[in-house]
Design a protein around this ligand. Structure first.
Ligand code: SF4
Length: 255
């Protein structure tokens, strides 16, 4: 989808469906690379494409804007094999899929579950960190049951501190703000380890305090992780175009 054809704010349900129809072909999903990454102390990483949001600060903005320009579909077995090879070579015990939304609907969650099954069968003591925007898990809460793995950790990036900032940053309508919160509550209720995250640079301490109060109201016990902005020039330019301000700059950013 071209940026010019995308009207903001858009419907996250429609965009999820559209993205899933582009990035899934049977059980295979589009990825653009596999790599060892330095985060979390060293993690085998698969970079996927396709998201239900289009965040102003996304470091994968143009790939997620138009995932159809990628052509390499991988089966769960192929994804897991590549990740396991990286982990073996680098002596990593951590795995993740990043750069996109892993859960866009039923097909993509089935793909993810197969990847998890193969990785945990081959490396039962490893940990998989699921980085998600939490939208679809909150929208279709019965899906959370599928994620009951002892060594799965789910990090839900909330994107906004309230409906207004959520809409501005994600490009989706503000009514969808509640779904990642619902996902967190649901996952905690199921005993699945999950926690919220927020991009600290874009919020004043008061706004973060308000979000922490909201998490309390939802009875979400997990602590809020504050992440720092990857301030690549194109990220700063996209944020400027979308009128998203840096309010509380971090010192430096990860390479
Ligand atoms: S949710 Fe994540 S992957 Fe999706 S657009 Fe936002 S930052 Fe990018």
């Amino acid at each position: 989808m071209s940026e010019n054809l995308l009207t903001l704010p858009f419907d996250a349900v429609e965009r999820s469906k559209e993205a899933e129809s582009v990035v899934m072909r049977g059980e295979k999903r589009l990825y653009h690379r596999f790599r060892p990454a330095p985060y979390y102390g060293g993690i085998a990483t698969a970079d996927a494409v396709g998201c239900s949001f289009l965040c102003a600060y996304c470091w994968n903005y143009y790939r997620n804007l138009n995932p159809s320009r990628f052509k390499n579909f991988y089966s769960p077995q192929e994804v897991a094999s590549r990740l396991l090879n990286i982990a073996q070579k680098k002596s990593f015990n951590l795995f993740r899929i990043t750069g996109a939304e892993p859960i866009l609907g039923e097909k993509s969650i089935e793909h993810l579950i197969e990847v998890l099954n193969i990785i945990f069968q081959n490396k039962p003591r490893s940990v998989f960190i699921l980085e998600t925007n939490g939208f679809f898990l909150g929208y279709q809460v019965d899906l959370n049951q599928k994620l009951k793995y002892r060594n799965l950790r789910i990090r839900i990036c909330l994107k906004g501190a309230d409906e207004r900032s959520f809409e501005l940053i994600t490009g989706t309508r503000r009514e969808f703000f509640k779904y990642p919160l619902k996902a967190l509550k649901e996952l905690e209720g199921e005993g699945i380890r999950a926690w919220p995250a927020l991009m600290r640079d874009l919020f004043l301490p008061d706004e973060i305090g308000q979000l922490e109060k909201l998490l309390d109201e939802y009875k979400i016990k997990a602590e809020l992780e504050l992440e720092t902005l990857e301030d690549y020039p194109f990220v700063i330019e996209n944020m400027r175009k979308r009128k998203v301000q840096i309010k509380f700059p971090s010192v430096g950013h990860d390479p």
